[in-house]
Ligand binder design. Structure first.
Ligand code: ADP
Ligand code: MG
Length: 238
C-alpha cells in the first residue's frame, strides 16, 4: 500500500492548461473519488498519477518516492481497464496470470498469485472458463483480477462501470466496495456519477475546470458544500 501526494501539479497541452495547480494528500488505504463534469480534467489527473501523461509542473509522490519522472512500470500502481481488454482465447486463469508470465514470474508463484486474486474476487470456480462463458459482472471482475495479481500499491480506475447497464453497475459497485474492504489498498477512482461517488468514497475530490473545488467525505460535501457548483454537482439540498 502507498500514500500518494500531489504537490502543485499542473498540466499543459501546448498553450492550454487543463490541470491548474492541484494539491492533494491521499492516505494509505484510502478510497478517493474524483468527480466533476466532463472535460474538467479527471482522466488527465489520473493518467498523470499513473505516469501515462507527463507532469508539466509540480510533484507526484508515491509513498516516500518522488515518482514525477518515473515511467508507469516503476510506480507500482495498477490502472484498471475495462472488461473488453480480456483475451478471448485464454482462460480466466491465463488472462489473470498473463502479465506475470510476461514479467517472467515462475509458474508456481504465478498460480499462487492468481489463486489469491481469484479468492479476493470470488472467481475460484471460473478459472478454467473462457471470457465468453462468463457474465458481464464476472468479466469485469477478471479485468480487475488482471491488475490485482501484480500486487500494486494502489489501484487507479477511470470510469470502470460507465459502459455497463444499470443493474450490472450496481452489482459492480458492490464488488468494488468489497474489494477495497478485502485488499485495503489505496484506490483512486474517477467517475461522473454522483451516486457511485457518494456510496464508494472515503473522500470525494470535486474537480472544476482543472482545479479542486472541494475535498471532503461524502457527508461533508452533502451537508456543507463549499459553493453552488459543488452543491449542484453533489445534489445537496442547499
Ligand atoms: P474528464 O476526464 O474530466 O472528462 P479530461 O481529463 O479527459 O477530462 O480532459 C480535460 C481537458 O483536457 C479537456 O478539455 C480535453 O479536451 C483536454 N485534453 C485531454 N487530453 C488531451 C490531449 N492529449 N491533448 C490536448 N487536450 C487534451
Ligand atoms: Mg475522463
Amino acid at each position: 500500500m502507498a500514500s500518494i501526494e500531489l504537490k502543485g501539479v499542473e498540466k499543459w497541452f501546448g498553450e492550454v492548461q487543463v490541470i491548474k495547480g492541484v494539491d492533494l494528500a491521499i492516505e494509505e488505504g484510502e478510497f478517493v473519488i474524483f468527480v466533476g463534469p466532463s472535460g474538467c480534467g479527471k482522466s488527465t489527473l489520473l493518467r498523470m498519477i499513473a505516469g501515462l501523461e507527463g507532469t508539466s509542473r509540480g510533484q507526484i509522490m508515491v509513498g516516500d518516492r518522488d515518482a514525477t519522472a518515473e515511467p508507469p512500470s516503476k510506480r507500482g500502481l495498477a490502472m484498471v481497464f475495462q472488461s473488453y481488454a480480456l483475451y478471448p482465447h485464454m482462460s480466466v486463469a491465463e488472462n489473470m496470470g498473463f502479465s506475470l508470465k510476461a514479467a517472467g514470474v515462475k509458474p508456481a508463484e504465478r498460480q499462487r498469485q492468481v489463486a489469491e486474486a481469484a479468492r479476493a474476487l470470488r472467481l475460484e470456480e471460473y478459472l478454467d472458463r473462457r471470457p465468453r462463458d462468463l457474465s458481464g459482472g464476472q468479466r469485469q471482475r477478471v479485468a480487475i483480477g488482471r491488475s490485482i495479481v501484480r500486487e500494486p500499491t494502489a489501484f487507479l480506475f477511470d470510469e470502470p462501470l460507465s459502459n455497463l447497464d444499470a443493474s450490472l453497475r450496481v452489482e459492480m459497485r458492490y464488488e468494488i466496495a468489497k474489494l477495497h474492504q478485502t485488499l485495503k489498498s489505496t484506490m483512486i477512482y474517477v467517475t461522473h456519477d454522483q451516486i457511485e461517488a457518494m456510496t464508494l468514497a472515503d473522500r470525494i475530490v470535486v474537480l472544476s475546470a482543472g482545479k479542486i473545488a472541494q475535498v471532503g467525505t461524502p457527508k461533508e460535501l452533502y451537508e456543507h458544500p463549499a459553493n453552488l457548483f459543488v452543491a449542484q454537482f453533489i445534489g445537496s439540498p442547499k
